[in-house]
Design a protein around this ligand. Structure first.
Ligand code: HEC
Ligand code: HEC
Ligand code: HEC
Ligand code: HEC
Ligand code: HEC
Length: 195
């Protein structure tokens, strides 16, 4: 009788493990590609060495859903003169000459069924770095990955690893914490983030 109980428990545990493994693999995670960019744009040089503010280039962040990427014209405002002889800047000048935008590869991307407005977060004075990491040190920007099997397993055995960046758990954890400590009204209802 006892043996059968243990056996059944093992089967259930195995089923649960399998379920988590499969759901973790089959989930469409938020994209976090290593970025291969058409121009090797170094954030570190611009932000750290030359003290250019994030919002000078990502100027839409405080007023719209998107942060936005600067236009070629904006880059050329400096690079018509600055480092004009370097190979990467010559590529930039070529796009400017053809009047085509640089086809940057998107790094941070949530699935289509979610709604994330930058505006609300910038106005609530959350730093870019809280969500995007130490961009000022990056030569190539990279996003941390979404859900992982390791995290699912840790959760299963009762540990609580903090949710990885770009997952729903990450959004909700911060919303709960901000609402509790700063009396903000960050949404916890499904429809505000999913519509
Ligand atoms: C609360 C977390 C959070 C903060 C704070 C934040 N971002 Fe983002 N950012 C995201 C998420 C999530 C995405 C992906 C959004 C999507 O795919 O809809 C993103 C996408 C982006 C993108 C690419 C798409 C776009 O919107 O143009 C840029 C550029 C960006 N962020 C820059 C910034 C800058 C600059 C700041 C600070 C002024 C900032 N972010 C602050 C979470 C954040
Ligand atoms: C406010 C001025 C300014 C703006 C705007 C600016 N840059 Fe720069 N950028 C610099 C300076 C200064 C350097 C460092 C040049 C040096 O090493 O002497 C630099 C360096 C670079 C480099 C490295 C060049 C190399 O190979 O050493 C690249 C690539 C670059 N910028 C691309 C861009 C792009 C793309 C944009 C637009 C999104 C842009 N920059 C906007 C000032 C600017
Ligand atoms: C000189 C202009 C410039 C400045 C200043 C700048 N960025 Fe960017 N940023 C860019 C360009 C160009 C790209 C697209 C190329 C890339 O992904 O490397 C970009 C890409 C990004 C992305 C990835 C967008 C995506 O595709 O998901 C994030 C996040 C970001 N920047 C955040 C920041 C933060 C945070 C700061 C300040 C610490 C900052 N940037 C300062 C020009 C700039
Ligand atoms: C603060 C914003 C936010 C709230 C509130 C929120 N979600 Fe999400 N949800 C997200 C984001 C972002 C993703 C995509 C990232 C991911 O897959 O983890 C997501 C993913 C999902 C997914 C897909 C899961 C997967 O693994 O592919 C489902 C289903 C979902 N949410 C349902 C809900 C329901 C039901 C509620 C209400 C109880 C809810 N969400 C509340 C932001 C939110
Ligand atoms: C670091 C903390 C933090 C993270 C991470 C975060 N948020 Fe928020 N979010 C906030 C705060 C703070 C507010 C503003 C609440 C207020 O204004 O009272 C907010 C507000 C919002 C709003 C309401 C916008 C409005 O117009 O009222 C939405 C939607 C939202 N967040 C979605 C998301 C989604 C989706 C994610 C994950 C991809 C996310 N947030 C991640 C802190 C965060």
């Amino acid at each position: 009788m006892r043996k059968a109980g243990v056996g059944a428990a093992a089967v259930v545990l195995l089923a649960v493990l399998l379920f988590f493994a499969v759901s973790s693999w089959s989930r469409q995670p938020a994209i976090a590609r290593p970025s291969v960019q058409p121009i090797n744009f170094p954030h570190s040089v611009h932000v750290q060495t030359y003290k250019i503010d994030c919002q000078y280039c990502h100027a839409d962040a405080r007023r719209s859903e998107y942060a936005g990427i600067p236009s070629v014209e904006r880059c050329m405002g400096c690079h018509k003169i600055v480092a004009a002889d370097r190979p990467e800047i010559k590529k930039l000048a070529e796009y400017a000459g053809k009047q085509t935008p640089v086809p940057w590869t998107r790094v941070y991307k949530l699935p289509e069924f979610t709604y994330f407005p930058h505006k609300a977060h910038i106005r609530a004075e959350i730093r870019c770095q809280t969500c995007h990491g130490a961009v000022e040190t990056m030569t190539t920007i990279a996003a941390a990955p979404g859900p992982t099997l390791a995290n699912d397993l840790l959760n299963l055995v009762g540990f609580k690893p903090s949710a990885p960046v770009l997952t729903m758990g990450w959004c909700v954890e911060c919303h709960r914490q901000q609402n509790a400590t700063r009396k903000t009204q960050a949404p916890l209802d499904c429809v505000t983030c999913h519509h």
